[in-house]
Design a protein around this ligand. Structure first.
Ligand code: FEO
Length: 408
């Protein structure tokens, strides 16, 4: 855990975590950083206290002591969001400090009780409520429901113009030496662009309309620094991450980079025979290609890659009268995440009968994905020259259609 001073009386405690599944399901290839913040006036508050993934808070207590704070000195625990990556230490903390107040939204208060038992320390805060810590430090509270849980709020410190944004404006990816946007190298900027999209797509996409409202709410503050619960802090240009989040939200509704993702699977190599041909066509057209072979690709990478692509090619055979299950499952996951409005093209092989395209339509319909499909190509067995010609025509139509969707 690192300790970094942000301003007089404000410290960040930051911890890298890896080799875990976020929310118990998302493999995060490059780890994640958990940030919590101490704000000290005459009274002291901790915002989103983080602990090791094993639930042991001793590391946090040791680090508090190194900035000359005992856990008993903490007067207020600000719970911006109850997900246990931010709040998992409450139960333990109560064993060593019996005199503190939890400030959170009404929705979070219910979760505190349901997760950790009855609690008489809670003070519910509403939009605009202010906590005066003394010595010039004032915190105000601003609910942003469903980003991504219903309990979430932003906390703003007025003397330093710092917005503690919790999951909002967060990114996956471990941080090294550089924690602020004015320190990061161009490679790190690129890394956090990718990890920001991965985070948005894995955690936030389903709640895109509410994220947009939270962006609008953020714009109401005079901000010097955005301090999220995960990933880098923004003090050189806080508006950049707001613009990035707006762009990610547009990816969730059909826009994308000038890239096409081939989401594919093959049982015995018949559908796969067309993939190399497709790659050559896209290379000739100057389009960056992402290949996701299911079920080999992680769900985290699949959702992150698909969402940022302006076009999607689905290539999968029929399996037992339906779509090859690993690819069908991937599309259904994109539907559950409410990835809408993509331009797409399907092709695939069948043996004794088709059925994959029919199931694909059902998945798109059931999840109300509103994807715009080029006419599909289904072929018997191995693709013949005439099939490849139809596939090429489909791809060229797709390449033309994504021109209106590109947003870098
Ligand atoms: Fe960072 Fe929603 O937990």
């Amino acid at each position: 855990m690192k300790k970094i001073k942000l301003a007089e009386g404000i410290h960040m405690l930051s911890m890298n975590v890896e080799d875990m599944l976020f929310e118990g399901m998302w493999e995060i290839a490059n780890g994640v950083t958990l940030n919590s913040y101490i704000v000290k006036g005459d009274k002291t508050a901790i915002i989103d206290g983080v602990i090791g993934w094993d639930g042991v808070p001793e590391t946090l207590y040791k680090n508090l002591e190194e900035i000359h704070l005992s856990p008993k000195d903490i007067d207020y625990l600000i719970v911006n969001h109850m997900e246990p990556d931010h709040s998992g230490w409450i139960e333990n903390f109560e064993k060593i400090n019996d005199d503190f107040t939890i400030l959170c939204t009404e929705k979070a208060a219910k979760l505190v009780t349901s997760f950790y038992g009855d609690n008489n320390r809670i003070k519910i805060v509403k939009e605009g409520d202010v906590l005066d810590l003394g010595n010039g430090k004032k915190l105000s509270f601003h609910p942003v429901p469903n980003v991504h849980w219903p309990d979430t709020m932003l906390t703003y410190e007025s003397s330093t113009k710092t917005l503690f944004s919790c999951d909002m404006y967060g990114a996956f990816g471990k941080m090294g030496e550089h924690h602020f946007d004015d320190e990061t190298t161009s490679e790190e900027v690129e890394f956090f662009e990718k990890e920001g999209i991965r985070y948005y797509s894995n955690v936030m996409t389903t709640f895109t309309p509410m994220v947009r409202k939270a962006i609008e709410k953020s714009k109401e503050f005079n901000i010097n620094t955005i301090a999220p619960g995960h990933g880098p802090l923004y003090r050189k240009n806080p508006h950049k991450i707001m613009d990035d989040y707006l762009r990610f939200s547009q990816y969730a509704e059909g826009a994308g980079k000038n890239e096409i993702t081939i989401l594919w699977g093959s049982m015995y190599g018949m559908t796969a025979k067309a993939i190399a041909f497709v790659e050559n066509v896209l290379a000739r057209e100057g389009i960056k290609v992402n290949k996701l072979e299911m079920p080999l690709e992680s769900e985290s990478e699949m959702v992150a890659t698909a969402i940022k692509s302006a076009g999607i090619i689905i290539a999968a055979p029929t399996y037992e009268y339906k779509m090859f299950p690993p690819v069908a499952t991937a599309i259904d996951e994109l539907g559950r995440k409410k990835v809408t409005g993509k331009v797409a093209f399907y092709f695939g092989s069948y043996g004794w009968s088709g059925g994959a395209e029919k199931e694909l339509k059902e998945i798109i319909e059931r999840n109300r994905m509103k994807w715009d499909f080029i006419e599909s190509v289904e072929f018997e067995g191995s693709p013949r020259q005439k099939d490849l010609e139809k596939i090429e025509a489909g791809i060229l139509e797709l390449v033309d259609k994504i021109k209106n969707k590109i947003l870098e």
